[in-house]
Design a protein around this ligand. Sequence first.
Ligand SMILES: [Zn+2]
Ligand SMILES: [Zn+2]
Length: 364
Amino acid sequence: MKAAVLYEANEPLRVEELEQQSPQTGEVRVRMEAAGVCASDHHVMHGSALLPTPVVLGHEGAGVVEEIGPGVTAVAPGDRCILSFVSNCGHCRMCRSGSPQLCDTNAQTGTLQFDGTSRLRNGEGTEVFQMAKLGVFSESIVCPEQACLSVPDNVPMEVAALIGCCVTTGVGSVINQPGIEAGARMAVFGCGGVGLNVIQGARLLNASQVIAVDIIEHKLRFAEQFGASDTVDATASDPIEAIRELSGGGVDFAFDAFGSAETLSQAVDSLGKNGTAVMVGLAPVGDRTAIDMVDLVRNQKRIVGSYYGSGSPHQTFAKMVDFYTRGKIDVEALITRRHPLEEINEAFERLAAGEDGRGVIVFS
Ligand SMILES: [Zn+2]
Ligand SMILES: [Zn+2]
């Protein structure tokens, strides 16, 4: 089967034939149908996030279970599934304390399966890793059964794929965030796949104001479709001043969906008293930011991280499926372009060029 492999940072992905071992105990083989093109893959391609190589990228996907290994009970062949980029072991401290998205065993085994081995080899017999135990830029994947959540037939596979990362990460960061009341004023930095879903989440919770911030004008217009009530072009005006003015002194919640030292510090500065900055986007590994510490204390501000929607991925997936089927969130409108696997590098160029919405790799 064919997959897109990263051999070295800053080189194009190579679409090549790989050898795939069949699913082992607790694992399944999934034929991929759709895979989203996400900035987190792009960070790895450009060396700002580190994974061992060679590695098949892709962590936002959906497909159909074709084969199950011994002991699998969660899914059966023929099941249509959303794939989680965190498989939870069920017995570590994080899994047992209700935060399976932070599973320790998953983090320790990383790009290998739970038994510490890989299912992929290239033509030269070299072991190939799978991003997040998935590597969905691949015609087929072997992954833990815990990655799979079956979805009904009325959820299109492209929609299911996006629920696997950007929808759950964005909407979940709002709806699973404690302390948000109807009528809250919010700002969202970055209007990419995750940011647009933070905006949809804010609309779901009846925020009175959702201020979208970006450096590309057409992305701000696109964000209005998903519920942005005001927009700030950060190249034309100082976003902190603009947000403070639009919200009458600062917002209650500011989400950094972009992920950088600069945007997080701007998010904190644009808060009003008792405000919370939520860091959702992934900044380059090792980056740190400067915070006005007196402002933090005197104005009782909070800064929190949000990973994978701040909750159990499967629980949040199920909510997203429900919101989607009841017409409360719009996932189709996020999808603005489709590519075959062979065009994967072009798909990432279009992401990097700042095009609106999400690109999806579709498998025929
Ligand atoms: Zn992602
Ligand atoms: Zn665990």
